[in-house]
Design a protein around this ligand. Structure first.
Ligand SMILES: [Zn+2]
Length: 335
């Protein structure tokens, strides 16, 4: 396939991932093999909706050099691992998709899937934890691919999927989400429907909060409402929440003053009463990303509630990721 066509395939896939909700913000990345020595990959920290074909980086893994207008994604190492191990692989997608990320928090030993599904996924494996962009993460993912699996859960992070073509890789991402959703213990129950009175309270609180925080919005998914009804904070189990929100999402009573106090303290998300969660980004895009992260964090937390072992991220790792993210973000915003 021509390089021009591959560039189109990558940018289209990035937009599709965003539209299908498999990634939020600038997370995740997409690559395609160009020849024996190079692959094209999405750049670091660029919005998929803005990424043009010429923005992609052409990466040469053997000597770690690249060409193009932007730095390649910091996760290029995990893509390089797939191309090095599998001669037939031409397309790699890394996502932060909700249900597969939730399963990846504790592993898939109890994942129920048919033999046919497993084959369509090209085999599955779990990569141990490593902080984003580190050699440790690359090592863990390489070991997981080395088992022959083409679909790899990245613990506390997301998934990386290798395919012979764009179609094969993308179908694997969608199939994986379907299988994992089926396996997540997040059944609907009485908490996920609000009464008329609750709905009115929710609208009133938001109107008040928006006077000071115009980007504030409710996260009204089943999972967020169910977690709020537990009246407890949520501790991060995934890297992207630790980065963008921090180690904890607090819980507060359903009152405008209580919610405002949380935002005044510099936080950008809180569970509220039994009504779900309110988030507040620096702009509309930020708010949309926060909504996805809070819903996903709720799915993960509900799914691991009964697991008798620690499934949350470490205090130090979370603090480090939050700090690095905030510095990176302010650098990007300042050009
Ligand atoms: Zn990632």
């Amino acid at each position: 396939m021509e390089e021009k066509e591959l560039r189109q395939q990558i940018t289209e896939t990035g937009r599709r991932l965003l539209q299908d909700g498999l990634v939020a913000r600038t997370w995740g990345n997409v690559s395609a093999r160009v020849d024996a020595e190079h692959f094209l990959i999405t750049p670091s920290g660029l919005d998929y909706m803005q990424t043009k074909d010429e923005d992609l980086a052409l990466y040469h893994p053997a000597d770690k050099t690249w060409s193009g207008p932007h730095k390649p994604s910091s996760e290029k190492g995990i893509h390089a691992a797939a191309y090095a191990l599998f001669p037939e692989v031409n397309f790699v997608i890394h996502t932060h998709q909700t249900y597969a990320s939730a399963i990846g928090v504790f592993g898939f030993e109890r994942l129920s899937l048919t033999k046919e599904e497993k084959e369509r996924l090209g085999g599955i494996a779990l990569a141990g934890y490593g902080l984003p962009g580190t050699g440790k993460l690359k090592k863990e993912v390489t070991a997981a691919f080395a088992t022959g699996a083409h679909t790899v859960f990245m613990k506390h992070h997301g998934v990386v999927i290798a395919g012979a073509s764009r179609e094969e890789a993308y179908e694997r991402a969608l199939l994986l989400e379907e299988v994992c959703k089926r396996n997540c213990n997040v059944a609907e129950d009485i908490y996920s429907t609000l009464t008329g009175e609750q709905a009115k309270l929710r609208d009133d609180i938001l109107l008040e909060i928006q006077q000071k925080y115009p980007n504030a919005a409710w996260v009204e998914t089943d999972a967020a409402i169910r977690w709020s009804a537990l009246h407890q904070p949520l501790v991060a189990q995934l890297d992207d929440m630790a980065q963008m929100i921090g180690r904890k999402i607090p819980w507060t009573v359903a009152h405008k003053v209580a919610v405002q106090t949380v935002f005044d303290s510099g936080r950008n998300a809180t569970f509220v009463g039994e009504l779900g969660a309110i988030v507040c980004g620096r702009d509309a895009d930020d708010t949309e990303a926060l909504k996805i992260l809070v819903d996903k964090a709720s799915v993960c937390a509900l799914n691991t509630m009964l697991i008798p072992r620690k499934t949350t991220l470490g205090v130090f790792d979370s603090a480090l990721m939050h700090l690095v993210y905030q510095q990176k973000y302010s650098k990007q915003k300042n050009g």
